[in-house]
Each structure stands twice: as C-alpha cells, then as structure tokens.
Ligand binder design. Structure first.
Ligand SMILES: Cc1cc2nc3c(=O)[nH]c(=O)nc-3n(C[C@H](O)[C@H](O)[C@H](O)COP(=O)(O)OP(=O)(O)OC[C@H]3O[C@@H](n4cnc5c(N)ncnc54)[C@H](O)[C@@H]3O)c2cc1C
Length: 306
C-alpha cells in the first residue's frame, strides 16, 4: 500500500486529474486548514493560544519554469511580513525544487539567501526541506554554502538514509540547525533502512549524536520532526541523562496529526512547533501523508462519502 501510494504521488497523470475532484478537496482538509496563506496564518494564531509555535510551507515542488520560483520567493517574503504583523513565532520551510533547484542552482541560492536575510531581521530561521534521494547530496552541499553567510538557516535530514550519520558529522562543525525526520519517500534498500525497527533505532542514534555535539560545545538546534511520541520521550531522556534540558530539542509535528499530543507535550514543557501547509499544489504531499499511515486512506474514503 505504501509503495502504491508513493507511486501515485509521482504519477503525472493522476497529479493532473485527482486534485480537481471535489471529494479530494474535501479529504485534504484533514491536513490543511485551507489552500490560502490566510487560513494557515489563522491556524498559527490558534496554536499560539496553546503555546505552540508554527512553521509555514506553501506546497509545491519540481517547478518547470524559473518564473514560478521567482514568484514563490516573493510570496514567502510577503508571508514573513504577515507572520511579523501577527506577532507569531512562525518560521518558513521551503523545498529547493520549488525555488528552481532543478533549473538554476545560482538563482535558487539567491532566492534562499534573500529569504534567510528577511528571516534574520526578525530573529527567525529559514528551513530547507529534504526531498528524494536524488537531491540529498546537492541539498547538503547547498546548505553548507548557504550556512557560511546565513547562520539562521536549518536543514531537514532523514533517518531512513544510511548516509545520514556521516552527514551529521560533516555538518556539526557548521553549528547546524537540523530537523530530523524519518523520511517520506520510497528509497531502495541499498541506501535506506527498510524496517520500522531499523529506522527508529537510527533516528534515536542520530538525535543522540546531535545532542552530543551540543554538549561538546557546538551550537546545535535540534528539531524532532516526528509524531512518534515514544521516540521523542526516549530522546528527551537521553538529553536529561546528558544534563541537557527538555528544551534542548523542539518537537515538530504536522497540522492535523496527533493534535492532542502536540497540546499535551506543550503543556508538559516541551517546545512544540506545528508545520502548517497550504497552497494549491498539495497532491504529491497529500499522497505522502496517506502513505505514512495507510489507515488514512480509509479515513479519506469515509470523508469523501460522508
Ligand atoms: C515537521 C515535519 C517536517 C517534515 N519534513 C520532511 C522533509 O523535509 N522531508 C521528508 O522526507 N519528510 C519530512 N517529514 C515527514 C517524515 O519524514 C515522516 O514521513 C512523517 O513524519 C511520518 O513519520 P513519523 O516520524 O511521524 O513516524 P511514524 O512511525 O510514521 O508514525 C508514528 C505515529 O504517528 C502517527 N502518524 C504518523 N504519520 C501520520 C499520518 N500521516 N497520519 C496520521 N497519523 C500519523 C501514527 O499514530 C503513527 O503510529 C516531515 C515531518 C514533520 C512532522
């Protein structure tokens, strides 16, 4: 089921047609407050009341015209102003292929640098998502360059990839800001752990290696981008055993998933940030959410019918 859904996520024929169906628009509401930025910002205001910070992303990837990347960069600059106007502790996360990475790396760098500068004006971090494995090395090399002049940038790394332990050692000297996730794409066994047990074990080991970096004096910001509360609490115990406070990690979850836990963790003194996605280009992103938990397919079907 997971493989089928991830194949559907990449299929251009389905990508063109499925999102136009009314019931698909209805089903997506579980993971998105709305398609426009205004709905996302309103959700951020709601989370603030529960002591939860936010992270915003306008969905889109693998653009085919450079102008789309230019427009996306302008959009995010405007959004940062809107976040500031609402006095939200809100950050922005972008996909490099949504800014034109497939077409022109230098233009993508110029966009990303501008966004990082704007984020720095309000003391915020600009985050870079991690995409499929064809982009891993390019994205890390891009981050290394960006980080030299823009300390306020963060990168997502995926625990299912075997290479990530080495990537962390490579990035630690840069005082990185890392969002650690399990990984959302279909990757072969040659480069990625395949079982839940192996991915989870690697997730904990990677988080601990970042915490050890922090204890050794590196300025590491660690976001745990997972809904796996068992792993989060395990990592918090490791932090505590190392003499680090609960707030040495930030819990990052997606809008619409385990909201009860997001509120509970915030109440228990964790730093919690909710990633709120919006925009029209939600199809591949939504299919990856279904693939993460096939029970969501039943949920989506029920919403379509009911
Ligand atoms: C803030 C954030 C940013 C992310 N950024 C990226 C990125 O840049 N690149 C990337 O490859 N991946 C990204 N991901 C996705 C990530 O890689 C995983 O695919 C996703 O988080 C599901 O794995 P999990 O860690 O929650 O653990 P799982 O083991 O999949 O889930 C743990 C528990 O959480 C609940 N759960 C998990 N997913 C769902 C769901 N879709 N619907 C309902 N319940 C669910 C279930 O109860 C499940 O038992 C991001 C995730 C988050 C939270």
């Amino acid at each position: 089921m997971r493989k089928l859904l991830l194949w559907m996520a990449r299929n251009p024929w389905l990508k063109e047609r499925l999102p136009k169906l009314w019931f698909a628009k209805r089903a997506i509401r579980r993971f998105m407050p709305g398609e426009d930025a205004e709905s996302a910002l309103d959700a951020g205001v709601m989370f603030r009341a529960d002591g939860i910070s936010s992270m915003f992303t306008r969905l889109g990837e693998n653009i085919t015209r450079l102008e789309e990347g230019d427009e996306t960069a302008e959009h995010y600059l405007g959004l940062m102003g809107d976040i500031q106007a609402r006095d939200l502790d809100g950050e922005v996360s972008v996909k490099l292929t949504q800014l034109g990475f497939d077409l022109d790396v230098e233009r993508t760098m110029a966009h990303t640098a501008r966004l990082a500068e704007r984020a720095a004006e309000t003391g915020k971090t600009l985050w870079i998502d991690m995409e499929g494995s064809g982009y891993t090395e390019g994205t890390i090399a891009f981050y290394e360059r960006l980080k030299q002049d823009h300390a306020n940038t963060g990168l997502c790394l995926q625990a299912y990839l075997r290479r990530t332990a080495a990537d962390i050692q490579r990035l630690l000297p840069l005082d990185p800001q890392i969002r650690l996730v399990k990984g959302a794409y279909a990757e072969p066994a040659t480069i990625a752990y395949q079982t839940r047990h192996d991915v989870d074990a690697n997730y904990v080991a990677l988080a601990v290696s970042l915490l050890e970096g922090a204890r050794a004096g590196r300025k590491v910001r660690l976001g745990l981008g997972t809904h796996d509360v068992r792993l989060i609490e395990q990592i918090a115990e490791h932090a505590s055993a190392m003499g680090l406070p609960k707030t040495s990690v930030e819990v990052e979850m997606l809008y619409g998933i385990r909201m009860d836990q997001q509120r509970r963790l915030a109440k228990d003194g964790y730093l919690v940030r909710d990633l709120i996605a919006y925009g029209h280009a939600w199809y591949p992103w939504y299919m990856r959410r279904l693939a993460e938990r096939p029970a969501n397919v039943m949920f989506a079907l029920r919403q379509m019918i009911g």
